[in-house]
Design a protein around this ligand. Structure first.
Ligand code: 13P
Length: 237
């Protein structure tokens, strides 16, 4: 079973619900036991999309959450609120949040706890910069990022997203993906679904999803169009 998760990031107004419906319509044609499709829309679409996809086999996730269940935190959204919208999953530690919001390991650990408290499955993101990759320390760096979830590895999904591959069209070699995922499997054990993310497209999905210890994909740009997102799901064997 492959998990194909679309991260819509800050894309999508209400009319994008039509694209979500097209995704669920296409998903209904795919063999049910091979994939689980998930869409993580912006907060503003979460409840509407959950309702629109209620009777379908596509699930919904948030893109981040505050660690507290409620409180004086203007502009923030708690995991309970994400769950209340009808979500099952929540992305935590995406490199764009680490970069733009300054999320560090301590805060990320509390966000993961918050997501679990609210009954959400955390999709914990890790991944190195180009500079770290080029100096040969990518695996050590990512291994360090895994400290946040290592003790609760059976309760989370982990997505390896090299920062330099996000939105750039660049993808690591299958050997490099295999090496990173082997390290993560060794560290986390057999029960953690491990996703790859970073410029996954219909044209490269089959090759990436066939790599050992790759249990699915976290897809940005190509998840916004039903045809592309379904093409990636079809590539999952
Ligand atoms: P792209 O698929 O657009 O490279 O984005 C990947 C990503 O950041 C998913 O979380």
């Amino acid at each position: 079973m492959s998990l194909i998760i679309g991260n819509w990031k800050m894309h999508g107004l209400k009319d994008a619900l039509g694209e979500a419906r097209a995704i669920s319509g296409g998903a209904a044609m795919l063999p049910e036991d091979k994939h689980q499709l998930v869409i993580c829309p912006p907060y503003t679409l979460l409840a509407m999309m959950a309702e629109a996809l209620m009777e379908t086999n596509v699930l919904i996730g948030g893109q981040d959450c505050h660690p507290s269940p409620s409180g004086a935190h203007t502009g923030r959204i708690s995991a309970e609120m994400v769950a209340d919208c009808g979500a099952t999953y929540c992305i935590i530690g995406h490199s764009e949040c680490r970069d733009e919001l300054g999320d560090d390991d301590e805060l990320l650990s509390r966000k993961v706890e918050g997501a679990l408290r609210a009954g959400l499955v955390p999709i914990f993101c890790v991944g190195e910069s180009l500079e770290i990759r080029e100096t040969g320390h990518a695996e050590t760096f990512v291994n360090g990022q895994l400290d946040v979830v290592a003790k609760i590895a059976d309760r989370v999904i982990v997505a390896y997203e090299p920062i330099w591959a996000i939105g750039t069209g660049k993808v690591p070699t299958v050997e490099d993906i295999a090496a990173m995922h082997a390290m993560m499997r060794e560290r986390l054990g057999g029960s953690t679904p491990l996703l790859y993310g970073g410029s996954v497209k219909p044209g490269n999905a089959a090759e990436i999803l066939a790599v050992e210890n790759v249990n699915g994909a976290l897809v940005g740009g190509a998840s916004l169009k039903a045809e592309d997102f379904l093409g990636i799901a079809q590539a999952a064997s």
